[in-house]
Ligand binder design. Structure first.
Ligand SMILES: [Zn+2]
Length: 266
């Protein structure tokens, strides 16, 4: 057994994971673009312009979206599980793999659908408010269309952020699953993708080692757009395992409890 020397590529330079992120982002954005396209600016007022949206977005965020996102969630989990297994093999561990936990992936997908539902709802509220202003001041179609685009841009950013964070979530959960079901991994090391944009919290967590059964274990994502990873740790844990400043833990718990309360592998 050996511990790997950690060489992390800079944020966003894992091409395979980037591809998964991109597919997930595209799935999210398609929904928002369809919603924006469904705005009918020929109507007499804002109410008419967005009259059909509520019904339309309900249909979009129903079963078909679940199936679409679940496809990407499942393939990302399979990649994470396989990558974690590759890490174990490099560390000299060759233990039979287990099936991916589809139930958990389904739960995470439902969480994602709920998030997107929130984004589309917020988008409708913003459209109603902005278009009301536009109609009230007698704007023509080009100006009103600009307003729709502005609202779409805001929603697009949120969707991109969520899709990227979700990809990291599933990828790391799959690592945790593989590490735990190997029955030989004793801990994980938090690996921070050091770059210009690395936040203080992730920088503080970078390199920390955690008991794999620690109920307070910190697993990325630690914030939106987080690209940190987990590496398997073997053998006796260091005395300082799982010890970080309370303000770091507070920031992590705040994100996990108040912004990103996703079902997790345990
Ligand atoms: Zn991070």
């Amino acid at each position: 057994m050996k511990h790997l020397h950690i060489v992390m590529p800079a944020a966003g330079t894992n091409p395979r994971l980037n591809q998964h992120e991109f597919q997930m982002q595209y799935a999210y954005q398609q929904i928002l673009h369809k919603l924006a396209d469904a705005v009918d600016l020929q109507g007499a007022d804002a109410q008419q312009a967005i009259a059909g949206l509520s019904h339309y977005s309900k249909a979009l965020t129903g079963m078909s979206l679940f199936v679409l996102l679940n496809h990407y969630s499942t393939s990302t989990a399979a990649m994470g599980y396989g990558d974690a297994n590759d890490i174990l093999i490099e560390q000299g561990i060759n233990v039979a793999t287990q099936p991916i936990q589809q139930d958990l992936i389904n739960q995470i997908t439902s969480f994602a659908v709920g998030n997107l539902d929130y984004i589309t709802g917020d988008m409708q509220d913003r459209l109603a408010e902005s278009l009301q202003e536009g109609y009230a001041s007698g704007e023509g179609i080009p100006d009103l269309a600009d307003r729709v685009q502005d609202v779409l841009d805001i929603s697009d950013n949120k969707a991109t952020r969520d899709a990227r964070t979700l990809t990291n979530e599933i990828y790391n959960q799959a690592h945790m699953q593989r590490y735990r079901d190997s029955n030989v991994v004793t801990g994980v090391q938090y690996v921070c993708a050091q770059s210009e944009g690395t936040c203080d919290v992730c920088a503080a967590l970078g390199g920390t080692i955690w008991d794999i059964n620690d109920p307070n274990i910190v697993t990325p994502p630690t914030h939106y757009n987080c690209r940190c990873r987990l590496l398997s740790y073997l053998g006796a844990l260091p005395a300082n395992a799982g010890q970080v400043d309370s303000d770091v833990m507070d920031a992590y718990n705040d994100f996990r409890q108040n912004y990103w309360n996703v079902p997790a592998y345990s």
